[in-house]
Design a protein around this ligand. Structure first.
Ligand SMILES: *Cc1c(COP(=O)(O)O)cnc(C)c1O
Length: 475
């Protein structure tokens, strides 16, 4: 601050600024109070004193009492708490979007968490063959499981599905042409666009058909000397309705076969089970896709599979071996925690009922409305007394979403607990719940705060009630 600006400053402001304690002074008093003065306390003290200065200059801090030791100590305590709380935290998902990419996609089953803890806390046979005592391959740890569960000849797993697609294109089509229907040149979100990924892989995109319709003859007409691959992309997150058509995979396979070309499908979500009996749209399972003769298929580990983030590549042995030998594979490789979680999840798939019960993503998607309604009633019972006169509570019909870019038009009938606060706005309530120690994320609809109980686990109901009551100051 220049002496010039000091002169223009009103006397009260100057006095307030002068009464801000020095950093060492405040630290000394905190130490007397029993604080262990480490780096985090020092940084908190500096931040608090700096904010005081800014607030005084902005005319927000005008009462000298605010600079009293007790008040400053409280502010330091609050800062310290925020500084030392983890940035990456668990939260309660009341949005009803089961595979919510922003909220961490799939919730892992207990079996996967146990396996991650077992192998992550010590040394493991990640790349060590216990039978021969020689170097092994991390890919072999889940390859047999994937083969048995899908009927594929071979497979490997990389960092995520985007990496899987990139790797397949780089391996099979670098410098050559890949034929894709115009209707499938999708953007998945987070800047994953098929044409961009194609460009990065060094493959040349050949678009065929019109936006809404592509015919077999379009593919046929575009096959030339430079063609390396026919690619089908699952249009996961959007649906074309009306006068639209795609060529079935089996016809693409037959055409490619005649020209000695491979066919690849980016399945996106990729599910091992048929979920149509729970009212979900019928999508071919990974096994069915393999059976239709595709040469290579890729999908995510953390979408409908319900496992950790991963990109699974399955297909003909010859192609998978080529991919394993691609130097880029090393850069996109899967880590040991993910492999541990994935193996545990895959093992649950050997029995369909076990998979549906134990894998949270599948359990939530197949959950009946009665079970969801029962959870809603349990939450309401816990809230009724504390919120009487403060917030009206009801249970309403709502629609959950699959999420993860799968089945965009699918609404799963569900039940939500609806809160309509009296004294505060619904936006204020949303903000308080989002800002609580365990954040709660819901939806605002028609001036109601909705918590879709499909994505709230049984074990979360009690803590959730506590958080809501606290947000209203009712505990
Ligand atoms: C989700 C998706 C991807 C990207 O998968 P990540 O596992 O998120 O990398 C690629 N293609 C399709 C069709 C998808 O739906």
């Amino acid at each position: 601050m220049t002496p010039e600006s000091k002169k223009k400053m009103p006397g009260e402001v100057r006095e307030l600024l002068q009464s801000i304690p020095k950093v060492d002074e405040l630290l000394g008093r905190l130490e007397e109070r029993g604080y262990d003065i480490g780096q985090q306390v020092k940084l908190s003290v500096r931040e608090v004193l700096e904010s005081c200065r800014e607030e005084i200059l902005a005319g927000q801090l005008t009462d000298p009492e605010d600079l009293a030791f007790e008040n400053l100590a409280d502010r330091v305590e609050e800062r310290l708490h925020r500084r030392t709380a983890p940035n990456f935290r668990g939260l309660i998902n009341g949005t009803g979007v089961v595979i919510h990419t922003n909220l961490g996609r799939s919730v892992l089953p207990d079996e996967a968490m146990a396996m991650i803890a077992r192998v992550g806390g010590g040394y493991s046979n990640l790349e060590f063959d216990l039978e021969t005592g020689r170097r092994g391959s991390r890919y072999s740890l889940v390859e047999d499981l994937l083969r048995e569960l899908t009927g594929a000849e071979a497979g490997l797993v990389v960092n995520n599905n985007a990496a899987a697609v990139l790797l397949c294109l780089d391996t099979l089509a670098k410098g050559r042409e890949v034929v894709v229907s115009r209707g499938q040149l999708v953007e998945i979100g987070g800047s994953f666009r098929i044409p961009d990924v194609m460009a990065r892989s060094g493959a040349r995109l050949v678009e065929v058909g019109a936006t809404n319709r592509t015919h077999l003859r379009d593919y046929e007409g575009s096959i030339g000397e430079d063609t390396a691959l026919l690619l089908k992309v699952h249009t996961s997150n959007y649906r074309m309705i009306g006068f639209a058509s795609e060529v079935p995979l089996t016809e693409m396979v037959e055409l490619a076969g005649r020209h000695g070309l491979p066919v690849m499908e980016d399945l996106g979500s990729g599910c091992l089970l048929d979920l149509s009996r729970f009212g979900l749209i019928k999508e071919p399972t990974v096994g069915e896709v393999i059976e239709s003769g595709v040469d290579v298929v890729t999908f995510s580990g953390d979408k409908l599979l319900g496992g950790p983030q991963a990109g699974i590549i399955l297909g003909r042995r010859e192609i998978i071996d080529k991919i394993k030998g691609n130097p880029m594979t090393r850069a996109l490789r899967i880590d040991k925690f993910t492999l541990a979680g994935l193996e545990a999840v895959l093992r649950l798939y050997y029995d369909e009922e076990t998979a549906l019960a134990r894998i949270p993503t599948l359990a939530m998607l197949s959950m009946g409305k009665d079970k969801i309604a029962a959870k809603a009633r349990r939450l309401v019972r816990r809230l009724k007394k504390g919120l009487s006169g403060v917030c009206s509570i009801s249970i309403v019909d709502t629609g959950s979403r699959v999420g993860g870019g799968a089945m965009p038009e699918q609404d799963l009938p569900s039940k939500a607990v609806a809160l309509r606060p009296g004294a505060i706005s619904v936006n204020e309530l949303e903000e308080r719940l989002r800002g609580s120690e365990v954040p709660v994320i819901g939806r605002i609809e028609h001036d109601l705060f909705l918590l879709d109980m499909r994505t709230v686990a049984d074990k979360e109901i009690l803590p959730l009630a506590g958080i809501i009551l606290k947000a209203f100051g009712a505990v």
